[in-house]
Design a protein around this ligand. Sequence first.
Ligand SMILES: Nc1ncnc2c1ncn2[C@@H]1O[C@H](COP(=O)(O)OP(=O)(O)OP(=O)(O)O)[C@@H](O)[C@H]1O
Ligand SMILES: [Mg+2]
Length: 241
Amino acid sequence: MATHTEQLTRPAVQLRGLTRSFDGRTVLDGIDLDIPAGQFVALLGHSGSGKSTLLRAVAGLDHEVAGSGQFTAPERISVVFQDSRLLPWRRVLDNVLLGTDGVDRGRAALEEVGLKGRERAWPNELSGGEAQRAALARSLVREPELLLADEPFGALDALTRIKMHALLRELWERHRPSVLLVTHDVDEAIVLADRVLVLEEGRIGLDLAIEPPHPRSYRDPLLGEYRERLLKALGVTEDHA
Ligand SMILES: Nc1ncnc2c1ncn2[C@@H]1O[C@H](COP(=O)(O)OP(=O)(O)OP(=O)(O)O)[C@@H](O)[C@H]1O
Ligand SMILES: [Mg+2]
């Protein structure tokens, strides 16, 4: 068991020269990245820039990336995707527990995401937002050191998305995993993360610290400054937006 101090000083994720090509086309071109334990990082980038590829590599889901550079990641990793990936033939609680024991923890996780009382529901009886909350509960029950999320709110309506932001931030504050959140939504990145990365031509093009006090509110005037910098890094000018 690592001491508290070790947990604070040792990076949870450490990438050195991570490279990935598909059919001779380089998508990740020697990525170097350290994510300190407990940091909340958002990853932005154009469609096709390699965000999911990077996330899959860190998750250990990409076996061909091994050997290109070096990387370390924690043992306990949970991944959440754009669709909940709940198994339709299992009830909600069984989905949450999948591969773990501890019914009480499963129930507690469902309660944390506001799904108390829905333990015996079938996945197709849940709304999109509820299904994503069940997916978050499933990820929590494993007490991950690292939570990887690939556009987890991308398919939700704007109102549900804002509620999910508050929930994710609350869960993060309580459990303190490191987070790597892939998103297309610049405001979502700024509001949620301590640090925002922009992936560009296979590299981290911009590594932006969101300084405390964090603009956690969509009404924070600082949001506009961060947004401008990030949109510029993404090559989007106000004229195009
Ligand atoms: N298994 C694969 N075989 C071939 N090409 C792939 C494979 N996986 C990803 N790619 C290519 O790598 C590039 C990056 O894909 P990736 O899915 O990482 O992009 P992304 O940044 O997540 O995009 P989006 O925002 O649209 O989800 C794309 O051009 C894609 O076609
Ligand atoms: Mg993707």
